[in-house]
Design a binder for this molecule. Structure first.
Ligand code: SF4
Length: 299
């Protein structure tokens, strides 16, 4: 199997029919991310981009590609990592973030649940056995990422969601009838409130498998092990279903994303709610009290 340049191919993209060698694959990954950024004006001149980096493949691939782009275009980067306090897992991935940031010359900031909320996720799990760890983790992480990105003066917050994450989320929210969340998986950002740092997803059109290949061929040291609390059964079923459909029809994931993107402007217009400030902490929220304060009261 050979690339169009004549070298031996390392990947065959079934959805497009392309066979690419290592060099052409790397080039195409950077070009695709650049195209998404341009198409939706995700980054503007002189922006400071906070990148949410967990140490997993997606966030480190995102940081690596944005670093390459920032050497050519006028924007800056800062890595923001949230330490949830998951013993034997997050401590390992944080070391990888620090190591990679140091070798790429990117400033790295780390904030922890323990310092901000008074509990590690491991302690939360012991205190509350009703709600799942992910319910706390997702809400607290989003809250902290937004707050810290704003305090650092970031213009945007980039997260490493890939094509697979996006289509799973779209389908999951649709099947659950959660229209409010269904209307929040868009390609471009909407500035809801001055206290919300707009979130951008430059890897949104990159399949998960290609993130893995990019990390491997570029020798990026990433954490491949899974969080001990992972296992959202519903998402796993949707993942399996989409992968099965993609095997039968290799454009399934892109078709779903394109369809969603066509209706997104309507969804955003009709489902966007008024943003207020939390009575307790002053952070932006839709209700009287934000979800983070609500969960903290629970503890
Ligand atoms: Fe947090 Fe759940 Fe992800 Fe683990 S799997 S990092 S608990 S959201």
């Amino acid at each position: 199997m050979y690339c169009k340049c004549g070298k031996k191919a390392i990947i065959f993209r079934r959805y497009s029919g392309e066979k690419l060698c290592e060099r052409c694959f790397n080039k195409s990954m950077v070009e695709r991310v650049k195209k998404v950024i341009r198409k939706y004006s995700l980054i503007e001149k002189n922006d400071l981009i906070g990148v949410g980096v967990s140490g997993g493949k997606d966030s480190l691939v995102l940081l690596h590609i944005l670093k390459k782009l920032s050497e050519k275009y006028p924007f800056d980067l800062i890595a923001i990592t949230i330490d949830e306090g998951i013993k034997g897992y997050r401590d390992k991935s944080i070391r990888l973030v620090q190591k990679n940031c140091k070798s790429w010359g990117i400033e790295s900031k780390i904030y922890s649940f323990k310092e901000e909320f008074g509990y590690t996720l491991d302690e939360i799990v012991k205190r509350d056995r009703e709600l799942s760890p992910c319910s706390y983790c997702g809400v607290f992480r989003r809250y902290l990422l937004n707050k810290k990105a704003r305090e650092l003066g970031c213009d945007k917050l980039a997260v490493g969601h890939n094509l697979d994450d996006e289509v799973q989320t779209i389908l999951m929210n649709f099947l659950r009838g959660d229209l409010s969340r269904f209307g929040r998986t868009g390609s471009y950002y909407i500035r809801l409130n001055e206290k919300f740092v707009p979130r951008i997803k430059p890897l949104r059109e990159i399949p998960e498998k290609e993130d893995v290949i990019y990390a491997l061929v570029n020798n990026i040291d990433v954490e491949f092990s899974e969080c001990p609390y992972a296992g959202e059964a519903y998402r796993n079923n949707i993942r399996e279903f989409l992968n099965k459909m993609e095997m039968e029809q290799p454009t399934t994931k892109y078709s779903l994303l394109r369809s969603y993107d066509k209706i997104y402007p309507l969804l955003a217009k009709n489902l966007t709610k008024e943003v207020r400030y939390c009575r307790n902490c002053g952070e932006p929220t839709i209700g009287e009290i934000c979800k983070t304060c609500e969960l903290l009261e629970n503890l």
